[in-house]
Design a protein around this ligand. Structure first.
Ligand code: PMP
Length: 285
């Protein structure tokens, strides 16, 4: 069975799911997107993902041409057509096809695309032994230039950091913000454990306000842990007891080395493992 992709109300076979080469989503990365998980046939934290999609669109003067209810129906229709129970959903809204110039007023028909597919998970080994990551030279976008809270189709900032990380042999890489503070990884938020409490950069540090980040903060607080959203330096990461990353695809994944320094005892720590377990129970329980 070929994968079916939703574009503007119609399901197309993957090979026929096409948009214009004049679409400003392609020409300029002019558009917004979301990555969402489905667990056991249920879409995880859908309302929050829709909130973020609509806020991202509002921030770039893009009007999503369908309602939230229609978007929800489109997601369910696409999941059903592809028989996805546990999988990954990609929502994309482009500016639409226009002229070769930047002017978004000359575009028409924003494209609403829903892809529902299986998900390529990180290998178990990453969760059992933890990741080794590096801090890269590419800084996170300055919020006054392009706020990282906008989940736009322009991901070059993250891609450049990702390439730097990969060339250093790491699957994730830590990005600093314009003030040299810890921001986030290329596709994941970062948390530290120090003295039994969690620390993570505030959303004003130039990061995406990750949905998984929010879930983990709730789980930690529910478990009686204090969570501090304060600016962090590289030094804070180096002296942390534990470190882990959160994201829709990665969920909760431990980090045991950074910049050739061992974090804690070099193994995923008890707080990280407890939160991984709580996250699993929440999503699979
Ligand atoms: N930061 C960035 C830059 C991201 O692209 C993502 C999503 N892949 C995250 C953090 C994690 O956000 P979420 O938990 O909503 O997936």
């Amino acid at each position: 069975m070929s994968l079916k992709v939703y574009i503007n109300g119609t399901l197309y076979d993957k090979a026929d799911a096409k948009i214009s080469v004049y679409d400003h989503g392609l020409l300029y990365g002019d558009g917004v997107f979301e990555g969402i998980r489905s667990y056991g046939g249920r879409v995880f934290r859908l309302e929050q993902h829709l909130d973020r999609l609509w806020e991202s669109a509002q921030a770039i003067w893009l009007e999503i041409p369908i309602s939230r209810d229609e978007m929800t129906a489109a997601i369910n229709e696409t999941l059903l057509a592809n028989e996805i129970i546990d999988g990954y959903i990609r929502l994309i809204v482009t500016r639409g096809a226009g002229t070769l110039g930047l002017d978004p007023n000359k575009t028409a028909d924003p494209q609403v695309i829903v892809i529902a597919d299986t998900i390529a998970l990180y290998p178990d080994e990453y969760y059992e032994n933890g990741l080794d990551i590096v801090t890269v030279a590419t800084q996170r976008n300055h919020p006054a230039a392009l706020d990282p809270r906008i989940k736009s189709l322009n991901y070059l900032n993250n891609i450049l950091a990702k390439i730097e990380g990969l060339r250093a042999g790491c699957v994730e890489a830590l990005m600093l913000n314009h003030d040299g503070e810890v921001a986030e990884c290329t596709g994941d938020n970062i948390f530290l454990v120090r003295g039994g409490a969690l620390a993570t950069p505030p959303t004003t540090a130039g990061i995406l306000a990750g949905i998984t980040r929010g879930v983990v903060i709730e789980l930690a607080q529910g478990a009686g842990l204090a969570v501090h959203e304060d600016p962090l330096s590289r030094r804070d990461v180096y002296v942390a007891d534990e470190c882990f990353l959160t994201g829709t695809a990665a969920e909760v994944v431990p980090v045991v080395r950074i910049d050739d320094r061992v974090i804690g005892d070099g193994k995923p720590g008890p707080v990280t493992r407890d939160l991984m377990q709580r996250f699993r129970e929440l999503t699979r329980g």
